[in-house]
Design a protein around this ligand. Structure first.
Ligand code: IPE
Ligand code: IPE
Ligand code: MG
Length: 250
């Protein structure tokens, strides 16, 4: 799957009928649980089940990269008990799912500031990434303790460390150090749960991504919902700054 990963601002990326890269803010777990008079964690548990379905649906649709926002750099602000439940769920999901992912040809990547996680979780992440490193059917990236601003600053700091005498940086050089350097820019962004905001997700990488917002809560989002989002995507005209007429000429 090694292909040129093209920047939407440095050039015009190739586009296809099926989005090559789908990035999702899985929002609405808490409200899903509240509606059922259940604790918020029940919504998160149900959310993990949907992750499985959506991974499978992406494979069936021919999506090559799926990126899921699991925990933001701002989610530490939640009550301690909820944060620790989310960490437990992350550990359990990795323990349960990595072998299955490997059998299904899925490559796992985790992006974010992982140093703040427990040593056990960090080790599970590392082992999962190593085990699945050779897989090419779908690249699944989990954004955990991830923030778009952190990503850009981290890339800048890494670049500065490698180029201590430089005074300016260009887009390509910086992009190499961003945490999503292994993937093309997302074609389709999906946010469930009804909010229409980015919440510090992939702020650099979403420059020309098509943005799809749905009121469906994440624990209710499945293969059919993904298919609807892809149909919506297929109706968009991706101009990358050009005019409609120029697209017809092509
Ligand atoms: C998204 O669902 C999951 C995480 C942020 C971890 P929420 O927990 O934000 O659900 P709502 O937005 O409160 O319904
Ligand atoms: C965004 O959802 C983060 C994840 C889904 C992991 P939030 O629920 O944290 O976003 P805000 O606070 O409503 O913007
Ligand atoms: Mg939320």
């Amino acid at each position: 799957m090694i292909r040129k990963l093209f920047s939407s601002t440095a050039g015009i990326p190739e586009t296809a009928t099926v989005p090559r890269h789908v990035a999702v803010i899985m929002d609405g777990n808490g409200r899903w649980a509240k509606k059922r008079l259940l604790p918020r964690v029940a919504g998160h548990q149900q959310g993990v089940e949907r992750v499985r379905d959506v991974i499978q649906a992406c494979i069936e649709q021919g999506v090559e990269y799926l990126t899921l926002f699991a925990f933001s750099s701002e989610n530490w602000r939640r009550p301690k008990e909820e944060v620790s439940k989310l960490m437990e769920l992350f550990v359990m999901a990795l323990e349960r799912e990595v072998d299955k992912m490997h059998k299904n040809g899925i490559r796992l990547r985790v992006v974010g500031d992982l140093a703040q996680f427990s040593p056990q979780l960090q080790e599970l992440i590392r082992a999962g990434e190593v085990k699945t490193a050779g897989n090419e059917r779908l690249v699944l990236t989990i954004a955990a303790n991830y923030g778009g601003r952190w990503d850009i600053l981290n890339a800048m700091n890494r670049w500065l460390a490698a180029n201590p005498d430089a005074t300016t940086v260009d887009e390509a050089a910086l992009a190499e150090h961003l945490s999503m350097a292994h993937a093309p820019e997302p074609d389709l962004f999906i946010r469930t749960g009804g909010e229409q905001r980015i919440s510090n997700f992939l702020i650099w990488q979403l420059a020309y991504t098509e943005l799809y917002f749905t009121d469906t809560l994440w624990p209710d989002f499945g293969a059919e919902s993904l298919a609807q989002a892809i149909v919506w995507y297929q109706k968009r005209e991706r101009r990358f700054g050009r005019t409609s007429e120029q697209l017809v000429e092509h």
